[in-house]
Design a protein around this ligand. Structure first.
Ligand SMILES: *Cc1c(COP(=O)(O)O)cnc(C)c1O
Length: 215
């Protein structure tokens, strides 16, 4: 029995589903594709490159993991979105390579929201710096929103508080730097274990893996 995609989609309103296909087989991905899913997310450069060659060309690929600067040139041709801009260095490299390719790429700033110590992600101060100093120089990279991961905990009140904090920060950035830009509209938050809480906090993009690919 494959995952009942249509009934799941009917429960998430207008939020977009990014099916996180990391570690999943080609046939499992094709199963969701056959049900109409087109947005898929990968978190490793090599795995993405292996899959793009085999899978249908109309898949919209989202990069959701930490991206190394030396991999940007290889993966950028295939990507529609990068959710995981976690340094000014990676943003500048994405812009430089997008210019060379003459391609427009949509990106989200990954913000540290978890109480627990996390390896990747921007502080709020970093994100303000980027919006003040780098945003005005971008021509091929469009910052369309923010992404965050809540703490890995069962405490729902804590998870909701972290998602709410991300939404409030999104609104703060919008007011300060994107006031008249409808394109700054994405709040990428929510995974298999916490997507309902993320939706309640205003998520517009769910990144869901294990739930969709469960046998
Ligand atoms: C793996 C991953 C997901 C999906 O996690 P699931 O718990 O399998 O739904 C979402 N976002 C990121 C950044 C991931 O690495």
């Amino acid at each position: 029995m494959s995952f009942p995609l249509a009934s799941f989609l009917s429960t998430i309103g207008t939020a977009q589903l990014v099916a996180v296909s990391k570690f999943q087989s080609i046939s499992a991905i094709e199963g969701l594709y056959a049900q109409g899913q087109r947005a898929f997310g990968e978190s490793r450069a090599q795995e993405l490159l292996d899959k793009v060659n085999i899978l249908p060309k109309d898949i919209q690929w989202h990069f959701i993991g930490h991206l190394q600067t030396n991999k940007v040139r290889q993966v950028l041709p295939y990507l529609s979105y990068i959710h995981s801009i976690d340094s000014s260095k990676i943003l500048l490299e994405v812009e430089a390579q997008a210019r060379i390719l003459d391609k427009k790429i949509k990106v989200l700033l990954e913000i540290k929201i978890a109480e627990e110590e996390t390896k990747y992600g921007l502080t709020r101060a970093d994100a303000h710096q980027i919006c003040q100093n780098i945003l005005p120089t971008l021509s091929h990279t469009e910052i369309v929103g923010v992404m965050g991961m809540a703490s890995f905990t069962d405490k729902e009140t804590q998870i909701s508080a972290e998602f709410d904090a991300l939404r409030i920060f999104f609104e703060e950035l919008k007011q300060n730097y994107f006031a008249n830009q409808v394109s700054f509209c994405e709040l990428s938050m929510g995974m298999s274990g916490d997507y309902k809480l993320a939706l309640a906090s205003g998520s517009t993009m769910l990144r869901i893996g294990s739930l969709l690919f469960r046998e």
